[in-house]
Ligand binder design. Sequence first.
Ligand code: NAP
Length: 293
Amino acid sequence: MENLLDGKAVSNHFKKQIAEEVAEMVSNGHRAPHLVAILVGEDGGSKTYVEAKEKACNMVGFKGTVMRYPDTITQVELIAKVKEINVDPEIDGLIVQLPLPKHIDENLVTQTIFPEKDVDGFHDINMGKLAKGDNSGYISATPLGITMLLEYYNIETSGKHAVVVGRSNIVGRPMSILLSNSSKTGNATVTVCHSRTKNLTDICLQADIIVAAVGIPGFVTGDMVKEGAVVIDVGTTRVDDASKKAGWRLRGDVDFETASKRASLITPVPGGVGPMTITGLLNNTLKARKRSL
Ligand code: NAP
């Protein structure tokens, strides 16, 4: 399809660049970047995401370590582990795969990670830097990956009306800030929508760019998309599909069938934002390593 934003291909393009930088780093006698992922429990989705991140690390020459813990781990034990990693000079980036079991305070864990190693960009300091337009912090991997995709395709954002549907701390909110910041992929006029928004269809119809991060499959339909708009689909919900070996497939928040008929450019699910999220994470980890050189 000619109006497809191919996240997979763009991700591979950036991975190649990152791999080249790592090879040069290593040939200059430095160690490769090292990312640690903490995985608690047996959640199938979390396992898949962490494995994909580990594989991507291997592809670009990073060291990727997954630390697995049972869901009986206590908050005190988990926090102690994070603190250990914080001061380990051989580790550049740490991510704790969410969600965590109910007895663990996710925010407390996230805020315990040193901001310098918080390559997921969830720490308040990194969120604060993003809000101030200070590039020295880390930006949450999904919005960062989307920004890289927009830049790769030279999508003009300046002066455009961007509608972000969803205001979560990991996707919607940081995305809306990035689009409104004064930068190459910013300077847009941004409307942030959420579950209390009225007249969502009317608002979406005014959008030159729509970013859908809602978590409801097929939520944004073609009749909500202005002719020629750019549509970025963040959603990844597992829906039953008997024709697939696993018995399920991923479905986005955009009804691709109808929206792709009106959009000038659109991301597919899978193969759109997902691979770019991993690229965003690799980018942040490389940044962390360069910082410590
Ligand atoms: P989230 O924390 O559940 O946030 C969903 C947002 O959607 C909330 O702000 C919510 O509004 C809003 N919303 C819910 N119902 C709505 C409605 N009827 N109208 C308008 N807004 C509505 O989800 P998230 O973490 O941002 O993730 C969103 C989706 O992206 C999920 O499918 C997730 O799996 C996917 N995701 C994909 C990637 C990737 O790499 N591709 C990465 C992260 C997330 P309120 O704030 O008012 O509740």
